[in-house]
Ligand binder design. Structure first.
Ligand code: CDP
Length: 204
């Protein structure tokens, strides 16, 4: 038996995928990859003048450690470059080999359960209303000193949702076999407990 075990976590912007994925990974001792950071890093390179597909092909792990990746300008550019097939193709192998590492892996993003890891042992689709998501993102950004208004954050979240769901290439949607967790009315602890229960059931 191989000890490969992939948990795919997808969902719209600021639904709580990152917090939930980190907690699930810590609970089971799995590795965690925030695949949004790959697209954000490509977006940041494009804002700095590089061509998108070239930026994706030349991505290195230290490109993922840049503080500017959390800004809304980078998030917006990330969702723009994410519609480009060559960009997605250039990031595919890295994500699949991360998923296949021994000891278990949690990957969060938009297309993990549908395209990157269609055979994942567990697929979660984490969502919440746009208003709740914008409130959470607004609080996160304020805490790190980014001064966008709530209305700007809400408009950005809605524009990014539309672009992510309507694109031809790997659109955001729940895999048919995904477990949906709506976190609108859940605390972090409740959302994590629901995810841990789903993963535990699949490991039996
Ligand atoms: O943190 P948040 O949920 O706001 O966004 P993110 O996960 O960092 O992703 C930023 C953008 O990258 C998304 O709006 C998507 O357009 C794109 N993305 C994607 O297309 N596929 C993924 N697997 C992850 C992110």
């Amino acid at each position: 038996m191989t000890d490969e075990f992939t948990v795919a976590v997808d969902g719209p912007a600021a639904a709580g995928k990152g917090t939930l994925s980190k907690a699930v990974a810590a609970h089971f001792g799995f590795a965690h990859l925030d695949t949004g950071l790959l697209y954000r890093a490509v977006g940041a390179k494009v804002l700095a003048g590089m061509e998108a597909a070239e930026a994706a092909r030349s991505l290195r792990s230290d490109d993922l450690e840049n503080d500017s990746l959390r800004t809304s300008a980078v998030a917006r550019k990330a969702s723009e470059v994410a519609v480009i097939a060559e960009v997605r193709a250039a990031l595919l192998d890295f994500q699949r080999s991360f998923a296949g590492r021994s000891g278990g892996a949690v990957l969060d993003g938009r297309d993990i359960g549908t395209v990157i890891c269609p055979d994942a042992a567990v697929k979660l689709f984490v969502t919440a209303s746009a208003r709740v998501r914008a409130q959470r993102r607004f609080a996160e950004m304020s805490a790190i000193g980014i001064r966008d208004t709530f209305d700007q954050v809400l408009a950005d979240v809605q524009a990014r949702d539309a672009r992510d769901m309507e694109r031809a290439e790997a659109p955001l949607k729940p895999a048919p076999d995904a477990t949906v967790i709506d976190t609108s009315e859940l605390s972090i602890e409740e959302a994590v407990a629901a995810a841990v229960a789903t993963v535990s059931a699949a490991r039996r």
